[in-house]
Design a protein around this ligand. Structure first.
Ligand SMILES: Nc1nc2c(ncn2[C@@H]2O[C@H](COP(=O)(O)OP(=O)(O)OP(=O)(O)O)[C@@H](O)[C@H]2O)c(=O)[nH]1
Ligand SMILES: [Mg+2]
Length: 371
């Protein structure tokens, strides 16, 4: 699962990255994205480790991308850099829009005071416009082909039809997330990787005046209520909101593990940023975890809600998906209740499921494969 940050220059993306990643990077200008896989902490997996005592233990991972900010200028050079940056970010599965919620004179912002709602509107417009340009360019190409009579295939007409549907919505300022398409049309537009069809999470970065009494009252408050309603009515699938004091959390992340609890308590932080972040991403993208267990390895894997047993097999190994016969499935809670895998079987909790079975969060899966 690849999650990319998106934001205006200096909104604090890299500071957020440092608050949630395992190895901090340097703050300052960077032309290339920072990339890191962060482990997702899951107490259920810890319990499985205790039960199975495996040789290897592997939590699920989220691949985080921290690119430079979207160039803000109106001149050709900035425009070009914007287009190039957005093109490289289309591959991500979901996005976190990082909005500045702090006041500072130390960076070349358009204004000193934060205005997350205005920055968000601006980013969304940028993304929707970029999608429209992509759709429009391809439509022009298809129309030319059709007019010239070359390659006048039905397929071109069908692609044009679905693109017209998308472009009309984008032009009217609507998103594409709730556009219902059949599988064939879905496939026709998949390659364009429209932002407007992907899940987004909004993150306001700034001091929380409850935790940090010296926080600038003009800049704050960036408590959870500040994110309330943020992005409503905007044409993107905004599926989650999060407030984070990234500067403070990055300092915590840089501490020795044993120093952290006292600090967290002092600032009233109940859950470290990395965990809060991962939960928010899981919720907003609609991700679930399933587990594979055994003496060799206990491991957590990520799936999208609604994905099937054969997709789960494919995560573990493409050969397992190809030779898929059945999946043996039981719930984590059933394992805890029964006390061990043998008991799970004895109590009849273990089910045999076919390819199309929809895997649920917390299920333990053994793939039976012919390969
Ligand atoms: N006061 C304050 N400053 C912050 C906060 N978060 C980040 N900064 C500062 O803002 C500046 C920009 O932060 P970065 O994390 O580099 O921002 P960025 O979005 O990664 O910037 P680009 O990669 O250039 O787009 C740095 O000087 C940070 O130290 C915050 O919560 N409060
Ligand atoms: Mg940065």
């Amino acid at each position: 699962m690849r999650i990319a940050f998106l934001g205006l220059p200096g909104s604090g993306k890299t500071t957020v990255f440092n608050a949630v990643a395992e190895t901090p990077v340097e703050i300052g200008f960077h032309a290339e994205p920072h990339v890191q896989v962060v482990k997702v902490h899951d107490p259920r997996l810890d319990r499985l480790r205790d039960m199975f005592q495996p040789k290897k233990f592997t939590p699920a991972g989220l691949e985080l991308w921290d690119p430079p900010g979207l160039p803000a200028g109106a001149d050709e050079r900035d425009k070009e850099r914007r287009i190039r940056l957005l093109a490289t970010l289309r591959e991500a599965d979901a996005y976190v829009l990082v909005l500045r919620g702090f006041r500072t004179e130390g960076y070349a912002y358009e204004r000193e005071a934060p205005d997350p709602a205005a920055d968000l509107a601006r980013l969304v417009e940028e993304l929707v416009t970029a999608d429209f340009v992509v759709a429009d360019g391809r439509m022009t190409r298809l129309r030319e082909n059709l007019a010239r009579g070359v390659r006048t295939k039905d397929e071109d007409r069908l692609e044009l039809a679905v693109l017209e549907k998308c472009a009309q919505r984008l032009e009217k300022g609507h998103g594409l997330a709730d556009l219902e398409l059949d599988e064939a049309d879905e496939k026709r537009i998949r390659g364009f990787q429209f932002f407007a069809r992907k899940p987004f999470l909004v993150l306001v970065n700034g001091p929380d005046p409850v935790a940090d009494p010296v926080a600038d009252p003009v800049a704050g408050p960036v408590a959870d209520d500040v994110t309330e309603g943020l992005g409503d009515g905007l044409p993107l699938a905004l599926r989650g909101r999060l407030a984070l004091d990234a500067q403070l959390e990055a300092e915590v992340a840089a501490m020795e593990p044993e120093e952290r609890p006292a600090f967290l308590e002092e600032f009233g932080i109940e859950e470290p940023a990395a965990e809060r972040f991962a939960h928010a991403v899981y919720r907003s993208v609609g991700l679930i975890s399933f587990f594979t267990v055994g003496e060799d390895e206990v491991r957590a894997w990520t799936l999208k809600e609604g994905q099937t047993a054969v997709a789960a097999a494919g995560k573990v190994h493409t050969d397992l998906a190809r030779g898929f016969v059945r999946a043996e499935v039981y719930a984590y809670d059933e394992l805890v209740e029964a006390g061990g895998e043998k008991e799970v079987k004895a109590r009849g909790f273990m089910r045999l499921e076919a390819k199309g079975y929809v895997v649920k969060d917390g299920e333990i899966v053994h793939i039976r494969s012919a390969t």
